[in-house]
Design a protein around this ligand. Structure first.
Ligand SMILES: [Fe+2]
Ligand SMILES: [Fe+2]
Length: 426
């Protein structure tokens, strides 16, 4: 517990809705500085993520033993400020892992576009992060990918990703390949991320994830309890559902879907998607990410009854992407680099939507030759990440191979309206 007698409560301008009961006592600056002399608590699973608007919040998480150090708060201060504030982390047992707990502290009421320092307890190093800007007045970049694992290829791509100085990484499915039963693998993924995903300014790079088949015991159509590590770590964003949206101010929305691992594609999720996209049609940047691709580069395309072929995405989701003017779809699972042609109603159309993938952060397979998959504009057998540069009215996507080679570049842009086919609104 906090040593209340040594600290003062902050009743600040932050004290509105953002300041829930976790706004608590703070360290004095001197106390925080003193603690840096005794850096003994530095969790190797520490990572940053978000549960809501990244312009004003940040969530700090780690997995560790339930000891006194972890009982202490997360203290933070904006660059140039002296007054530290603290949040009490919430903890819960980490599945299938004796004595370990998952700790989570959400920092709210932050100033957009600002660098912060934070510390866990009094004996951790001082870490740094930056909040997302309030407006997209300057361009910024993030990286995306999927299908990492914990091997040396995944580590090499982590290092390459960090070198791009992204504002965050979006990894959508097949993170460590814990398959819902291997706690060690789930933690190894975090340890790799912690070790390598630091930008050139020394800031931790926040992680946004989606669910894939290798987060879930059985892969598809499983109960939420079959993905114990994914939900223990990520149920801040996925508190009730296995799909979510993350709104960055009024300029970017990420809509992250579950391709049938816990929630079916058809039905409730599709109804949610329709409503969610309808509310965001006018966003300058509206990007969907999911694991199994609608336009696969390695697997079967025409097998309606084979799970993981994308048939459900094409039938239920693609018309909604068109109807609500989605700018780009990110997909994975096939372990290649691929870029589709712009697709509208299942055929190539310059007003269509590009589907980028296909998940080879640390896993690799050969793509089907382009002549056999006419919807593919480009494909190759490359470990890769994609760097997305967002400007006021367009997005530039650069696929970079593990060795630093640029594999592909394309640009997407908000269209007047895409719904000219059967997905057209009435
Ligand atoms: Fe995979
Ligand atoms: Fe997968």
């Amino acid at each position: 517990m906090f040593e209340l007698d040594r600290r003062v409560f902050l009743r600040s301008a932050l004290g509105s809705a953002a300041a829930t009961s976790v706004w608590l006592p703070l360290f004095g600056a001197d106390e925080a500085n003193d603690s840096k002399k005794d850096s003994e608590f530095d969790p190797d699973t520490l990572f940053l993520t978000w549960q809501r608007d990244p312009t004003t919040t940040m969530t700090v998480q780690w997995v560790g033993k339930d000891d006194v150090l972890n009982e202490r708060g997360v203290s933070f201060v904006a660059h140039g400020e002296q007054v530290w504030r603290s949040v009490v982390p919430r903890k819960r047992p980490y599945p299938r892992s004796k004595k370990r707990h998952a700790f989570r502290a959400e920092l709210t009421g932050l100033v957009p576009g600002t660098e912060y320092r934070f510390q866990i307890g009094k004996s951790s190093p001082t870490y740094r992060f930056r909040t997302m800007p309030a407006k997209l007045t300057d361009s910024f970049q993030f990286v995306s990918g999927g299908d990492c694992g914990i091997n040396h290829n995944a580590i090499a791509t982590n290092k390459l990703a960090a070198k791009q100085d992204p504002m965050f990484a979006l990894i959508c499915g097949d993170l460590g390949y814990d398959d819902g039963h291997d706690a060690g693998i789930s933690l190894a993924f975090l340890k790799n991320y912690r070790k390598h995903m630091i930008d050139s300014g020394g800031r931790l790079i926040p992680l946004v994830v989606g669910i894939g088949n290798h987060e879930v015991r059985g892969g598809y159509n499983q109960p939420r309890t079959s993905g114990p590590f994914f939900f223990a770590l990520h149920d801040g964003l996925y508190s009730e559902r296995s799909y979510a949206t993350l709104d960055f101010g009024d300029y970017l929305s990420l809509v992250i879907l579950d391709t049938g691992h816990v929630e079916p594609i058809e039905g409730e999720q599709t109804a949610w998607l329709d409503k969610t996209l309808a509310e965001r049609t006018e966003r300058p940047h509206l990007i969907v990410a999911n694991h199994v691709p609608a336009y696969p580069s390695h697997r079967e395309y025409d097998a309606e009854n084979i799970r993981g072929t994308g048939a459900g995405n094409r039938k239920h989701w693609a018309p909604l992407f068109q109807k609500h003017n989605v700018d780009l779809v990110l997909e994975h699972h096939d372990h290649t680099f691929k870029r589709s042609h712009p697709m509208l109603d299942g055929v190539i159309n310059k007003n269509g939507i590009i589907y980028l993938g296909d998940g080879s952060w640390g896993m690799l397979r050969p793509p089907i030759p382009l002549e056999k998959r006419p919807y593919l504009a480009a494909a190759s057998m490359d470990y890769h990440l994609t760097l997305h540069r967002l400007e006021a009215d367009r997005q530039i996507h650069t696929a970079i191979a593990k060795d630093g080679r640029v594999v592909d570049t394309c640009t997407t842009q908000k269209r007047p309206h895409r719904a000219i086919g059967r997905g057209a609104p009435s």
